[in-house]
Write a protein of this length. Sequence first.
Length: 498
Amino acid sequence: MNVVRSFTTQGMCLATILAFLAVLSATPNRASAQEGYNAVCASTACTGIGTGIVASSAFIDASAFCSTSGDCSHSDDFCVVVNTALTKLPLAGGVVDARGVMTQSGTYIGTTACSSTTTPTPFTGITTPSTVLLPAGKITIHQTWILPDRTRIIGEGNNPENGTWITVAASGFTGSSMIQMGTSSCNDSGSDQCYGIAVEYVYLDGGGSTYANLIGILNQYAGPSSYVDHVNFAVIGGTGLVIGSNATDSGPYANLAMSPAGNCTSTTSCVHLGDSTYGVPLSTRGVHGLTCTCTGAETAGGTGTAGIALNSSNNTLEDIHFEGFIDGIRVGSLVPATGTIQTQGNVVLNVNGGDNNKDTMTNIIHICAPSTCGNTNNTSNTVSDVTILGAFSSPYSGSNANVILDDLTGTTIGTSSPTTVGMYVLGDQLSSAAYSRFATNTASPVPTWGVWDSPPSTSTSCQSGSLFSNTGGTSGGGGTGNYTLWVCSGSTWTKINH
């Protein structure tokens, strides 16, 4: 049986290694080494010079394709260099290490990065699966990077100081998004979706007001095992992340930060789970960890309409902070082109908004009804089964945003109500004007269900329709009137005889 192992781990003596390198340099086959291939041990022997030691194209060092091997100059184009390395991968795919694509002195070659008209992106003409390791430094792009099926790009960090900084050209950028995950031609395993496309540890700079409607990452086609992790979206005036129709079962989208700085407008947002242009996924693996700010808009009460537009079903949104948007999460606002959108089965956990010093948001979570949320013709987006756990509003100058505004039931929790909501559940629609509902807050007009080991005080006012379970009571109340179940009638607790 052949065993593939790095020859550097075989305990070869120094003399043997030096002799092997001498053979490589003296033989016509040295081109394999020049192409950046790793040397691997392909058999259990590997004891003699050239015995069982071969070049592996599964891992390629892209810097070998610079004008001077291993020493890129400012005349080298980053996208051309990486694209050349990708063409050397086997059909099954592999890893291209582009972290060394810089000058020998450590200066990045970004002055001419990705300006080639024939190879404007690393993935031009590429269909082979790959993982591309990007270098630290600034990469200037002139058109959308379209990632092929089963492609991952991994940067050195999601900050501009010492991470991988991808920025659009100052002028002339073409495309609706900086990065697009997959294409419409994917049909991986007969699913009509791309598979395993990922973006990790990069900093995306959208160029601000120059490209007001630009999208940071667009996923319209990539499904299972496709995700975005540890990405910062900066000065993107459009939408940071858009998840469209054929991205069902994609995600999670985790550890994200989005701030358009002074470029926040009414059309700026952080995430679209479902989009009027790119369609609606049936479900995703959710958004887990997001800071979403509309910087510079605080004193105006929020300029961006919604931080997250949630129009898809069966998603989990958790650990999210908002600042500067009118609504943090807006549920069910999309007007469908045709038919009906069912926005249901979504869970929101640990979400907060506002800032103690400056921010004046209106709503942390806004559940839309037909003909609300600014969409007067929105009559076909049906919202139900929304569960909110742990939502908080920070006060500003003595006031605070609504934690929840529910247009479907006419419920507002916030301003004159508690600023923290432990649980709010909007269930199914029971009739044209009624929904099943439950909340843990004593906020009018939402009924609650309380539990304690003694009966409620009949002198304490309550929300009509609320229930109270006395775990220490008895069915007949006993001699002390210690009944098990109580109901709030009007504004007074009344025992239920049974």
